[in-house]
Design a protein around this ligand. Structure first.
Ligand code: CA
Length: 226
């Protein structure tokens, strides 16, 4: 898997390239928008990590020009608090967006998700947990064969839990993997979303699959009756 990093700050670029290389990716770096665009158009990358603030042509201009000829997945990086940037990036065809400063594991999770999305659908198998069936390709969830209507975020949340069946996920992990931004620790967005998800996935059925692990987080698993 080949990744192109377009980032003008040498320290940030080095941090990204080193971390990605250590995670097994082949990494190429460009230190400004012009070189970056040239590399992205002529190269054969599986993903482009693109900083918004670049000397010469900025990240938005790079993205706009790239999209006229290529659909390489693009993960944009920008400064905290610039919500407009985020919307503009998505409008121009960015696939995901990460606010600086970020933790490397979060970046890696986004990178993996984007690379996975680019692969043929056949590589995403249907998941089963007890009578719950989750089809990521068709975006379909059923229990006991009955269709469960989920919003995109609820589906993403359930998919995350199902991918890590039996593994407890903290609220912070869930927030960073399912939502685009970090939430303040006092935010109850995960609790609220989880309550809604449970109302659809668990409440109508006798067997409960989503469990709260007090003080830790949540786990999806089938617990046989004691
Ligand atoms: Ca920059």
């Amino acid at each position: 898997m080949k990744i192109l990093v377009i980032e003008d700050e040498p320290k940030a670029a080095q941090y990204l390239c080193q971390g990605l290389a250590e995670s097994g990716y082949t990494v190429e770096a460009a230190l400004d928008g012009t070189d970056g665009l040239h590399a992205a158009i002529n190269g054969n990358h599986d993903l482009v990590i693109l900083d918004v603030m670049l000397p010469g042509i900025d990240g938005f201009a790079v993205l706009t020009a790239l999209r006229t000829s290529k659909q390489t997945p693009v993960l944009m990086l920008t400064a905290r608090g610039k919500t407009d940037d985020k919307l503009r990036g998505f409008d121009l065809g960015a696939d995901d967006y990460l606010v600086k400063p970020f933790q490397f594991p979060e970046l890696l999770a986004r990178v993996r998700a984007l690379l996975k999305r680019g692969q043929p659908p056949a590589t995403e198998p249907v998941m089963h947990v007890a009578d719950l069936e989750l089809d990521p390709v068709r975006h379909r969830a059923t229990r006991e064969g009955r269709r469960i209507d989920l919003t995109a975020k609820e589906f993403a949340l359930l998919t995350l839990l199902a991918q890590r069946t039996g593994q407890v996920l903290s609220r912070t992990q869930i927030a960073s993997l399912v939502w685009d931004i970090h939430f303040d620790s006092d935010s109850n967005v995960v609790e609220v979303a989880m309550r809604r998800l449970r109302a659809k996935v668990d409440d109508p059925f006798p067997r409960k699959l989503i469990h709260t692990v007090r003080g830790v987080g949540y786990v999806l698993e089938h617990r046989p009756p004691a």
